[in-house]
Design a protein around this ligand. Structure first.
Ligand code: 4AD
Ligand code: MG
Length: 434
């Protein structure tokens, strides 16, 4: 059967496929037999369809073999597309031959098992319809981001994951033993993107980032996909404008191309098509005033936690920028605001409906002395950052950039309770396998 091309389930469902001879192969969602007829639900990458096989058409031996295929076992089928009013698609394939590829052992995963069991069997659970839809949507989102960046002439680059610097702050960095030297898994590609800026002006990288955050929250992974952009000659307004256009453009593209999968996961695509630029903007100072009025007092200088971010956006239908955070709250490389030196020219983009931070953005400090002072203040060793400081000595330009948490964006778009549902093999403090 391997020498001839196979058809797809989707191909059986187009209007003029009725009466056509087809060859399908795939996995069985389920099967049963009654009165000498086999009823198989066959799945391939394009969908699923009912396959029926009569004992008299298949022959006793083939029928008996096909009857013993387990859920998630694999078969190849030759048959004819026929009308069947009882099937959800109004179609079925009447089999003339069924070849068992792998009958399989009894499938251990079924409804109502504990979350722990399901995470232990993640390698099998990801065959579910919801996971399949989720990861197609994730691929579509990544494609849409890349298309946007291509249109904006931003160059894709490949910074390293292994590094001698903990760029976002030592506490949350995974330390590694690098042949006897101290190394770290990358928390951000930003410092390398800043170096790549001089020859290319606009660069991006899509890499995993690692955060050794012990906190178990529904929005933290220890490994996540980080899409980072760095733009030369860019100020805060230019930066926020770029971020909002990128988010809106990608979200619209996904809603237009994958409405079925979105609806399946409980997000009406119209809600995503209603995302509009410009996104509302609120300074940190105004945000804490608003929070006080909501009964969540924050003293100036304290960070906004999950509860605060949630309160700010619970009733919002559009993403919200919070800008001008106190300098001490933010990373060493963020530019001091010329108008309010207590603050950094930084912005977090919060997803609507209470989903919290999805993008972290800032203008970069160009002043060498300020950078050195801030590296010392965070307890860093200035010598480790000499190469980065060199960038300020040779053709320093105003620049800015941001990092998108891909799974965070997806969690909001797909209305998932927990971020682990947006990645096939989630890494959390409690989970390193499968
Ligand atoms: O705000 P963060 O820490 O910013 C940076 O790392 C910058 N250097 C990025 C840049 O400007 N190039 O992280 C950026 C984004 C956050 O807004 C969030 O969406 C996501 O990364 N993120 C996480 N996603 C999942 N799990 C975690 N533990 C995350 N930590 C951050
Ligand atoms: Mg952040």
């Amino acid at each position: 059967m391997t020498e001839l091309p196979f058809d797809t389930v989707a191909g059986c469902l187009v209007p003029d496929a009725l009466g056509r001879k087809v060859r399908l192969r795939g996995w069985l969602l389920r099967s049963r037999s009654s009165g000498g007829i086999l009823f198989l639900r066959l799945r391939d990458r394009t969908g699923s369809i009912q396959v029926t096989g009569r004992r008299d058409a298949l022959g006793d031996e083939a029928f008996d073999r096909a009857e013993h295929v387990q859920a998630e076992g694999t078969v190849a089928v030759e048959g004819t597309v026929a009308e069947d009013r009882r099937a959800p698609e109004g179609r079925e394939v009447r089999a003339e031959a069924i070849r068992v590829v792998d009958a399989g052992l009894p499938f251990p995963v079924f409804a109502d098992q504990t979350e722990e069991f399901r995470l232990d069997h993640r390698h099998l659970v990801i065959r579910s319809q919801d996971h399949a839809a989720t990861f197609r949507l994730k691929a579509e989102l990544l494609r849409a981001f890349r298309e946007f960046l291509d249109r904006e002439e931003v160059l894709e680059t490949t910074p390293p994951i292994l590094s001698g610097n903990a760029a976002e702050g030592g506490a949350e960095a995974f330390e590694i033993d690098y042949f006897g030297r101290r190394g770290f898994l990358s928390q951000t590609a930003q410092l390398y993107l800043e170096a790549l800026l001089a020859p290319h002006e606009r660069v991006y990288a899509l890499t995993p980032s690692f955060r050794a955050e012990k906190s178990r929250t529904p929005r933290h992974l220890t490994e996540y996909l980080h899409l980072e952009v760095e733009l030369a000659w860019c100020d805060l307004d230019g930066l926020l404008d770029f971020v909002e256009r990128m988010i809106a453009s990608a979200v619209h593209a996904v809603a237009e191309r994958r409405p079925k999968e979105l609806a399946q996961l409980g997000r009406p695509p119209e809600e995503l098509l209603a995302i509009r630029t410009p996104f509302p903007r609120l300074t940190y100072a105004s945000a804490i005033e608003k929070l006080a009025s909501l009964g969540l007092p924050v003293t100036w200088g304290s960070d906004l936690g999950t509860a605060e971010e949630r309160a700010l956006t619970l009733e919002e239908r559009q993403p919200l920028f919070v800008t001008h955070f106190p300098r001490e709250l933010k990373a060493f490389y963020m530019r001091r605001s010329p108008t309010d030196p207590r603050t950094a020219e930084a912005a977090d983009l919060l997803g609507p409906e209470g989903y919290g931070e999805i993008v972290g953005a800032s203008c970069r400090e160009t002043d060498l002395d300020s950078l050195v002072e801030r590296i010392r203040a965070m307890g860093g060793n200035v010598a480790d950052y000499e190469w980065y400081l060199d960038l300020r000595r040779h053709g320093n330009v105003p620049h800015a950039g941001f990092g998108i948490g891909v799974e965070r964006v997806l969690r909001w778009m797909l209305r998932r309770e927990h971020i682990r549902e947006t990645t096939p093999f989630p890494r959390t403090p409690a989970r390193l396998t499968p």
